[in-house]
Design a protein around this ligand. Structure first.
Ligand SMILES: [Zn+2]
Length: 258
């Protein structure tokens, strides 16, 4: 009888340890390359979407040759091309820049008053316990309006991102059901990722979306996943190795994001 108790106690300890390890593993923001590499025109990477999937089910990024915007929602990876079409991504596709995590909500709330992107940022900043951690964000509901953009496939030699987005395709949606996912990164990620909020959108029917420029909603559910750990996988190729990242690119980033 005593052995049974010892056995069940050690089993309980075993399972609680496993559960703990599992939760910690999922609280990781995994990022491919750096935002400064993307700003510098390094548009080809080695990581496949098949491998990216093993690091998360929610996130954003782009594809090799800067072929559109990537959005990952509930484990589905989608490509929003510059002509506005959306396709589910094959595992063999590659990404030069992406960030993903396994989404587990730590905090949820409803947006009931008229909220635009700026008001959303302010509300979020009141909800999070500290600005100095990474948060994955999921925002689902009905949007009175959404403005997005996508970038078009580039040819070598690649131009810097700020020149490419000057020709970006913009899309407007009215009274559309959909989901926005992305991240709030701390100010200290300058050069690595986008400080503040970065969201990508996908309509409920999966037929449209893009990098979020602005939106209005009064009926949306917000979920926040605090991610304590940050894992960055740097490219091994010569373009990244030979690049000069000594100059500050925050000004260019400001132009690219808005
Ligand atoms: Zn984006």
């Amino acid at each position: 009888m005593r052995e049974m108790k010892v056995l069940s106690l050690s089993l309980m300890l075993f399972w609680s340890t496993l559960a703990c390890v599992h939760a910690q593993e999922n609280d990781v923001l995994m990022q491919v390359s750096t935002i400064d590499a993307l700003l510098s025109g390094i548009y080809d990477g080695e990581m496949t979407i098949g491998e990216l999937r093993t690091h998360g089910d929610v996130g954003l990024g782009t594809f090799n040759a800067l072929d559109g915007e990537m959005v990952a929602v509930d484990g589905g990876f989608y490509q929003i091309k510059s002509d506005g079409t959306v396709t589910k991504v094959e595992d063999s596709f590659k990404t030069p820049f992406a960030a993903v995590t396994f989404f587990e909500a730590d905090n949820e709330f409803n947006l009931e008053a008229e909220t635009d992107f700026d008001a959303f940022r302010q509300r979020m900043d009141r909800e999070i316990p500290t600005p100095n951690r990474f948060y994955a964000v999921r925002l689902e509901g009905i949007f009175e309006s959404v403005k997005t953009r996508s970038v078009s496939r580039q040819e070598r030699p690649y131009r810097p991102l700020v020149e490419v987005v000057a020709e970006q395709a913009e899309f407007g949606f009215k009274n559309v059901r959909g989901v926005m996912v992305g991240f709030r990164c701390p100010s200290f990620v300058k050069g690595l990722n986008v400080p503040g909020y970065h969201l990508h959108f996908l309509t409920k029917d999966g037929k449209a979306g893009g990098h979020v420029l602005d939106f209005h909603t009064s009926r949306a559910r917000v979920a926040i996943d605090s991610t304590a750990d940050f894992l960055m996988m740097l490219p091994q190729d010569t373009a990244f190795s030979a690049a000069d990242f000594s100059t500050d690119k925050q000004h260019a980033l400001g132009k690219v994001e808005k």
